[in-house]
Design a protein around this ligand. Sequence first.
Ligand code: FAD
Length: 414
Amino acid sequence: MEERIVIVGAGQAGGELASGLRKQGYKGRVLLLGDEAHPPYQRPPLSKGFLQGKVALSDLYLKPLATYERFEIELKTGTRVEAIHRSTREVALGDGSRLGYDKLVLATGGRARPLSLPGLEGARLENLFSLRSISDVEAMRGRFVPGNTLVIIGGGYVGLEVAAVAVQLGLRVTLLEAAPRLLSRVTGPEVSSFIEKLHRERGVEFRLSCEVRGLELDEARRQVRGVSLACDGVPERLEADLVLVGIGLVPNTELASAAGLSVDNGIVVDEYACTADPDILAIGDCANQPSAYTGGRIRLESVPNAIEHARVAVATLMGKREPSAAIPWFWSDQYGLKLQMVGLSTGYQQCVTRGPAEGKEFSAFYLKDRRVIAADVIGRPAEFMAAKRLVSSRVEVDASRLGDVAVPLNSLAA
Ligand code: FAD
């Protein structure tokens, strides 16, 4: 019988994997199962151009529907996998049927971390949102109208991108962040203050070191009317027409753990994207993988990672062994300004900035033992390529030359 690869999750990683298999000449059946109503699509525009109304739905799709037919990829949208039966190599679907596999790839991504506050149990709030999918944007978009008051809980990329879109659409925006500065887990203080200033100048208000104490609901418990908080212990109440919660992602690992596979902040895989079961792989946001860059394990949430991890899995499924040597990188867009990040700055000893932080273009390099381990490049796409080379080459650099805009970055990476 013809070999069959079943992919669970028709997102960025699952979509890349399915087409990658065909491009590499895979001849067996490829089934791509997704529980959303859409074919694989890009999520980054959800908090940017799509929310703003500048990107059409069809432009989100990774590939036109006809491509799946042409590639003979059996795409089944609206199809949820409920369980994996490893002994019979089958998955159980939401409609009660079962589907056999020879190889199974879990590309289940993650879901928005819910807000956990006392008193919210059982409440179905019509104006409390999170942002992970097209349907999330469709649910909130009608409330993104001038004059409405938006409270955003969480100062990560999604919260900041939504803040940027919302003030541009004429909403009044206040963003609440538990840490003393924005993006504190992923970037240095120099970049945090740059981003904060960028937003403040456009009218976004911030409450930092802020504890959200509760949501004030209407009598029917269907609408949030206000948010109670305390900044440095000082209590405050903010009115809200709508609230967006952007406090991170929970990886979708339940299928794997119920099937007895190892899960530890993601589905544990080796450098070839394989779980301990040789017939089951996991890729993308849901997977915890070894990293050649950190020397440890890592779970990444980014498009470049989803694409690279799919490439590794395609190689494995084609009988090759091609572990990743990629350096993590990510981008964000706020007010038309491109922010690009490469590497992970954790444990850096020195931050060298290049260009004035008051301007629109600015880079920050994170050094450890005189080597650049990470960089944040704002508004300078050409410099980002050189920054990537600096991080991957691991060459020692002279900090004063690195900070001197007159010295071409490329000359340091050489
Ligand atoms: P996903 O794209 O989440 O796909 C997983 C799919 O699996 C989903 O459709 C899910 O519904 C489905 N699924 C889960 N369980 C099952 C099941 N049991 N049965 C069937 N289907 C199932 N990254 C960047 O690099 N740059 C950005 O600027 C950026 N912006 C972002 C903005 C937003 C608002 C969001 C939400 C993400 C952003 N990302 C960005 C992150 C990036 O989109 C993700 O890292 C990427 O989509 C991960 O791909 P994935 O395939 O692993 O997961």
